[in-house]
Write a protein that binds this ligand. Structure first.
Ligand SMILES: Cc1cc2nc3c(=O)[nH]c(=O)nc-3n(C[C@H](O)[C@H](O)[C@H](O)COP(=O)(O)OP(=O)(O)OC[C@H]3O[C@@H](n4cnc5c(N)ncnc54)[C@H](O)[C@@H]3O)c2cc1C
Length: 459
């Protein structure tokens, strides 16, 4: 009897799963294992939302089949379990992050009988390259080549069927005590972990995807899918998402598929240029003399900069672990180009808070916003937080939700309360400097400083 072990990591689901599909085809009996990696846990705060999300996703899997849930070092634990259960072959889906690659190679060396699979992306970092075999560094030609490759294989989207009957059942062992053992607290997230919630969101987004291109930038309209955390932890598959984007034809469908290709673009950049984890993609941007202070950085983190759209977005992040894409761009640009704080600090803060944190997408988003990345916006393009706010949150609905102290200001002044006169502020019951901060810097002056700072670094 051939026994297989499937090590699940960022693929917490039981359907359309490359490694599980292969294991249940090739083996008579398959066990599942997930390891809460101590090296990752050590860096997190006790109320980290992602630990709860993973726990919920595992619980859902456990309702159907057994999962060995372990806490510690996978490099030790996986080979130990492999021996203990007398397994013949280990299966897992590939992960392209530098830490994961090192870890996985060690496990492969230790065990030997291992098969790995492409699963979390449609094309792996080495699969979409220029004619001369070098990687793309600009999105549009990458996307063109990606689509060409997709058409060349006949738009064929595999569905990796899983034979659940081959997976060993087990008495449910996951208990809330696990949180205590790991030193974490269970959080209540609005986005609950698991495939059923992921599929529900996918299906409800299917009803509005045609308008995605028109609504996605307006935070109060909630025109995006909210699926990032479900794809990050693999509660749904990338193929589930691509299938939806092809279900009908509209500019909404097309633009959404483009976003999925952006995701693969950044995975490719991370895979091909791993130096981006620590440094600017473009070396000439390495020496920027960031002059922002710790006080300014803290005000940004806590949502008390005196710029309502920035504060609303940061409070939303702190409270929910999520932030709409348009606002991620606004607050990232604000941190590096208005407060003049090193983008790497912002990247690290996002990494600590985002429920959907993904090294490739986060690093790509920050390097784009700070103009240090490949195909980034030019350094002299600086988002004006006031006009972004007027354009994308015209009535101030998003601001009102997260900065209730401003909610009685009219839709003109809510974007810049320091322009309101004494009477307007008194009528709104808001005292600047007490209920809501004065702007921590002058946007116009900072803009000039930012331009000088970038120019100096580049000269
Ligand atoms: C500074 C900054 C940091 C970011 N950090 C992350 C991160 O850690 N994790 C993350 O998943 N996304 C990140 N993004 C990209 C984007 O903001 C989120 O993917 C998106 O807001 C998630 O919401 P959604 O699922 O409703 O997206 P939708 O608009 O519905 O898009 C569908 C999917 O496409 C992918 N996607 C969309 N936009 C991007 C993009 N610009 N880059 C890469 N993938 C994209 C995501 O998987 C997303 O779920 C970041 C963007 C910026 C500017």
């Amino acid at each position: 009897m051939k026994k297989g072990l499937v090590w699940i990591r960022r693929d917490l689901r039981l359907h359309d799963h490359a490694a599980l599909s292969a294991a249940t085809k090739e083996c008579d009996e398959v066990s599942l294992v997930f390891v809460f990696d101590k090296k990752i846990l050590e860096k997190l705060e006790p109320e980290d939302r992602r630990v709860s999300f993973i726990y919920e996703a595992l619980l859902e899997i456990e309702e159907k089949v057994g999962v060995h849930t372990l806490v510690g070092d996978p490099i030790k634990l996986i080979p130990e379990l492999f021996k203990k259960l007398k397994i013949d072959h280990l299966y897992f889906n590939r992960d392209y992050e530098p830490y994961a690659l090192k870890r996985d190679n060690k496990v492969i060396r230790e065990i030997g009988n291992v098969s790995t699979y492409k699963d979390s992306v449609f094309f792996e970092p080495h699969e979409v390259l220029k004619g001369d075999g070098s990687p793309y560094t600009v999105f549009t030609p990458y996307k063109r080549r990606w689509l060409e490759a997709f058409l060349n294989q006949g738009k064929n989207i595999s569905d990796y069927k899983v034979n659940l009957n081959k997976i060993k059942k087990g008495n449910s062992k996951l208990k809330l005590e696990l949180f205590k053992k790991m030193g974490f607290q269970k959080t209540q997230n609005t986005l609950v972990g698991g495939t059923s919630k992921g599929k529900k969101l996918l299906s409800s987004f299917g009803k509005k995807i045609a308008n995605y291109d028109k609504t996605r930038d307006f935070p109060a309209m909630e025109g995006t899918s909210n699926l990032s955390v479900y794809i990050r932890f693999g509660c749904i598959s990338i193929r589930d998402m691509i299938r939806l984007s092809l279900k009908n034809k509209s500019s909404g469908h097309d633009i959404w598929l483009s976003e999925l290709i952006w995701r693969e673009f950044y995975q490719m950049i991370l895979g091909q240029f791993p130096h981006v984890v620590k440094k600017e993609f473009k070396p000439k941007y390495e020496g920027i003399p960031w002059s922002g202070t710790t006080k300014e950085f803290n005000a940004w983190k806590e949502g008390r900069t005196g710029f309502p759209i920035v504060d609303a977005a940061m409070r939303c992040l702190n409270e929910t672990g999520m932030m709409p894409n348009r606002l991620r761009m606004v607050v990232a640009s604000f941190l590096c180009k208005t407060l003049l704080v090193d983008w790497k600090k912002g990247e690290k803060y996002f990494a600590s808070k985002l429920l959907d944190f993904d090294l490739a997408a986060n690093n790509g988003g920050w390097q784009w916003s700070s103009s240090t990345g490949c195909d980034a916006q030019p350094y002299f393009r600086i988002f004006n937080p006031y006009s972004q706010s007027q354009k994308f949150d015209g009535e101030g609905e998003f601001i009102k939700k997260w900065c209730p102290e401003l909610s009685s200001l009219n839709s003109k002044k809510i974007h810049q309360p320091d322009l309101a006169d004494m009477i307007e502020l008194a009528e709104a019951g808001c005292t600047l400097g007490k209920d809501y901060p004065f702007p921590i810097v002058s946007y116009t002056k900072s803009r000039q400083k930012a331009l000088k700072m970038y120019k100096k670094a580049l000269s």
